[in-house]
Unconditional design. Structure first.
Length: 141
């Protein structure tokens, strides 16, 4: 299985996703770290690097939402997921799976908690997991 992890640091992530799918990717992973900068007032110096964790969730969610409309392969949504609610938002936008990074390091039991919250939502809505994928989004024709 070939998983292409997409950088969000492009003008149109859907073009990258379409190209990866055409090149043979089986799954897309959206997204990677965003470019960022930080100013240290004590040292009076700028530092450049990557931004990840919960600050990038809205941008990661949008990336999944836009990719789902344009590609036919599954998407793994990552970036700032720290609750069952956010995991479900990724799934409803079009993610077939979610990845949890920074938050799982801080809260080791988070993955189990998120799985439980997703299961509770499925029971409450009487829906299967598959039926939730992209439920609040539409594929472009």
């Amino acid at each position: 299985t070939l998983i292409a992890k997409l950088s969000p640091n492009v003008s149109d992530i859907t073009q990258t996703g379409i190209a990866a799918e055409k090149a043979g990717a089986d799954i897309l992973c959206a997204v990677n770290t965003f470019k960022g900068a930080y100013f240290d007032w004590e040292k009076m110096k700028f530092y450049k690097g990557g931004v990840s964790g919960k600050m990038i969730f809205p941008m990661a969610l949008r990336s999944v939402f836009e990719l789902y409309k344009k590609v036919s392969i599954p998407i793994i949504g990552i970036g700032g997921i720290d609750s069952g609610k956010k995991a479900l938002e990724m799934i409803l936008a079009g993610a077939s799976a979610v990845g949890i990074g920074t938050a799982a390091v801080i809260f080791p039991d988070l993955v189990a908690k998120i799985c439980h919250e997703i299961y509770q939502f499925m029971e409450m809505e009487n829906k299967s997991f598959i039926s939730l994928i992209g439920k609040m989004n539409e594929k472009e024709k």
